[in-house]
Design a protein around this ligand. Sequence first.
Ligand code: PA5
Length: 470
Amino acid sequence: MGKEIKMDVNHLMADMVGYQYGISKDMVDGKAHQAKMAWQAVNKARGTGWLGWTELPYNQDEIVEDILETAAKVRERFSTFVILGIGGSALGPIAVHQALKHLHYNDLNDDKRGGPRFYVEDNIDPERMKALLDVIDIKTTCFNIITKSGGTAETMSQYLIISDLLKKEVGENWHDHIIATTDKEKGNLIKLAKKEGFKLFYVPSSVGGRFSELSPVGLLPAAVCGIDIKAMLEGAKAMDKRCKDDEVWKNPALLQAVIQYIAMEELGINIQVMMPYADSLKYMADWFCQLWAESLGKNVSRKGMALNVGQTPVKSLGVTDQHSQLQLYTEGPYDKIITFLRVENFRATTPIAHGCEEFPDVAFLGGKTLNQLIEAEYQGTQYALLRAGRMSQTITFPEVNEHTIGQFLYFYELVTAYTGELLDIDAFNQPGVEESKIASYAVLGNKGEKYLSKQNEMKNQPSSKDEYIL
Ligand code: PA5
């Protein structure tokens, strides 16, 4: 059995941080019934509707075998593996790779790296595509096109560029360089994949983009890079087991959801800063930001009542951002919770050499380790926030490995689902994102009916005034 990640909410409780800004135990207990209802709603809907992700730790045995077989072939044949995808089709793979592989993975020589070089292209900056093509050899590259909807313009435009290049550079076997991960029925990628004969993996229809990291979306890229995906799924299972109780103080994800709900709804804390004290976890904060923002930022309740809810997630890196953002967190508005991610045992111990004896403030560092220094800085920051009456909490990873990462991913997916229930919103849609997609396609001249009507609507937007442009 893997070691457990632990959530410590001491530093946001009123008896620690002060009653003016903290959350009291009574406030949490007062939400016991609502929490039970939220738990029941999520539990009842497991595996159905948009809650297909709850079953991913349990129902993928065959898929995992297929993934491992495919990953082995990719590792044998290709020098580079590139993901073309965006949002939920990119952030999980980036975060997991950063957490579990060497921090300079692509710079290692082939022997040390032990897998293909790995890139995730999650933007359409024209310079970035050119830059990618400058550093890869397309003839030895495998492209994983990932799009749940099968039609996202960013990803499909990348597909058009790459497939055209492959046809020119590789010739008739160009299809072997593409693996498609998409919905089984909906969208254009599935049709294209079938027509062209690409190797295919499916994102279950009941799993939305930002909840898909434990599906083939995340598992294939992880396996290609040699990550133990079975251990990740075991970690998710272990977290699921820890969240089986409907009592707040016995279910860490439910407690976290209740805390954030109270913070948002009763204390007006509308910002949550995720601050990992480990480079390996820095992109977990990006993954969390999408999950939290897109799921909870809504303007209508499930009963159709107008509201504006959500909490702005912010990524911050310890210790780097102590030297950029911490001043604001310590002395600025009382509108944030800081969530530290802390690692107990790093995979390296780095001693600090002795020296500079004539400068006591430098010399005292000698003989210590960077491990001790980063831990001390985490503790120092946590203390400074407490002293300033600011709320923080800590999730501790005994170590960063497949099992703890699986726990973490599943934990936050559950927290998000429970919080959505507490807020009484649909945490699984993203109409705000769709609106911008339609508007962009309209600008680009898509002739579909909804884009044409959007073009007309957009003609009526206020035109820019020259006086406001300097
Ligand atoms: O969570 C979501 O559904 C979205 O953020 C998507 O992940 C994102 O828009 C990309 O969509 P797709 O995977 O369909 O290309």
